[in-house]
Design a protein around this ligand. Structure first.
Ligand SMILES: Nc1nc2c(c(=O)[nH]1)N[C@H]1C(S)=C(S)[C@@H](COP(=O)(O)O)O[C@H]1N2
Ligand SMILES: [Mo]
Length: 406
């Protein structure tokens, strides 16, 4: 490690109501706010039982249903391991017993000429494809919006790059005679048990995407070479390459070609791009396709100051719907830019690619930003307009980091 050991080994720990302590390598806690209540320091929130198999040191537990990957755990090899991948549930996940017999899981396919319910075992006879895709929560980066929208204050780690295998949705549709005439959307429903006594429309995880997504969408049973973990939607998950997180329905139990979008709240009045001061409504754009976006993972501002000399500035860049073509780095808050190099394999248009810029840094404070350009020449925006839900923040300025070099 090139970072100052003294700083990097310190941790911020909440020790009681209103108290923050900085713990050094050797010393007792230095209390930075009011006097701490006596007793052991509170630890970071533990992993909930359904994801106890994950690597706790790589994750930030915001709540039991919103768990983020630390920037320092995103790595530089391009793929995000399952035990580091973020988790986001809108409802409590179904019981883990649903993965006891994966082959028997059923999905009802509707809105085709010959509607039918198919098991995973049957789906496996219809086709096989694999795609590397950035799985990114629609709210990733929400924590950087100035209006502080309600919802989890995700930074960069509600995202990972994952390899999915399964059957193309188009092959499934073709085997059932193709979508019925006039269908414009693919509407998918999650397999959660809905809480009793609540209007199902307000809580059901059901999303519609334009039927054009049929081209690349998969019903996936494998993730990074393993059966899709229950927490990530096993036995079967819809993958809509290039689309943001909420559209990839986990434990999918129904896939329907529909004329209209579902009127479930998660589609109609949530996950809409609503300008500040307005209300999310079906008339506003849905949160669907992702945009070109990149950020720096190292040096991580969370890790403290960096030693002068050669520094490998690295991060990840994605195009959303198109492959990333180049990444530029600024060390002066966007005044000047230098081209970075991609490292590792090109995993296709829906994947992210790690990049690196080697820089010799003198002591000082640097505002480091990265900016990706996709294969069509589309450039990452400087600023994503703030919106009520805090969705799709891709702006390079908001994702810039301040790094002290000593
Ligand atoms: N059935 C179901 N699918 C779902 C969700 C959910 O709550 N239920 N959450 C969505 C959201 S908002 C995101 S960001 C991703 C998160 O995927 P992950 O938990 O595998 O990381 O799943 C999406 N698919
Ligand atoms: Mo999400």
């Amino acid at each position: 490690m090139e970072r100052s050991p003294n700083f990097s080994r310190r941790r911020l720990i909440a020790t009681g109501p209103g108290a923050l302590a900085i713990v050094g390598l050797t010393g007792a806690p230095r209390v930075a706010a009011q006097a701490a209540a006596p007793g052991p320091p509170a630890q970071a929130k533990p992993l909930p039982a359904y994801v106890a198999w994950k690597d706790a040191d790589s994750l930030i537990v915001h709540t039991p249903t919103t768990i983020e990957t630390k920037r320092t755990a995103l790595g530089s090899s391009g793929i995000t391991p399952a035990d580091r991948l973020f988790v986001r549930n809108n409802l409590a996940a179904p019981d883990v017993s649903i993965v006891a017999n994966r082959e028997a899981w059923q999905v009802a396919v509707e809105g085709v000429r010959q509607p039918r319910t198919l098991t995973v075992a049957e789906l496996k006879t219809l086709g096989l494809e694999t795609v590397a895709m950035v799985l990114q929560c629609s709210g990733n980066g929400r924590g950087y919006f100035p209006s502080k929208p309600a919802g989890t204050k995700w930074q960069v780690g509600a995202a990972g790059n994952v390899i999915w295998s399964g059957v193309p949705v188009r092959a499934v549709a073709e085997s059932l005679g193709g979508p019925s005439a006039g269908m414009r959307f693919i509407t998918s429903t999650g397999g959660e048990t809905l809480p009793a006594g609540i209007d199902p429309k307000t809580v059901i995880v059901e999303r519609s995407v334009p039927i054009s997504a049929l081209q690349d969408a998969l019903l996936a049973w494998e993730m990074n070479g393993e059966p899709v973990p229950h927490a990530h939607g096993g036995p079967l998950r819809l993958i809509v390459p290039g689309y943001s997180g909420v559209n990839h329905i986990k434990y999918i139990k129904r896939l329907a070609f529909t004329v209209d979008q579902t009127d479930a709240a998660i589609q109609a009045t949530r996950y809409r791009i609503a300008p500040l001061g307005t209300k999310e409504s079906p008339a506003l754009p849905a949160v669907w396709e992702m945009e070109p976006k990149s950020w720096i993972n190292s040096p991580a501002p969370e890790a403290g100051s960096v030693r002068r000399g050669w520094v490998q500035i690295h991060g990840v860049a994605m195009g959303g719907m198109q492959a990333p073509r180049r990444v530029d780095i600024s060390l002066d808050g966007g005044k000047t830019w230098r081209e970075a190099s991609f490292i590792g394999a090109n995993m296709g248009r829906y994947a992210w690619r790690p990049f690196v810029l080697q820089a010799q840094l003198q002591p000082g404070t640097y505002v480091m930003a990265s900016r990706v350009t996709d294969s069509q020449g589309r450039v990452q925006v400087e600023t994503t307009e703030d919106n009520v839900g805090g969705y799709l923040n891709s702006g390079w300025r908001a994702h810039a980091i301040t790094v002290n070099v000593a």
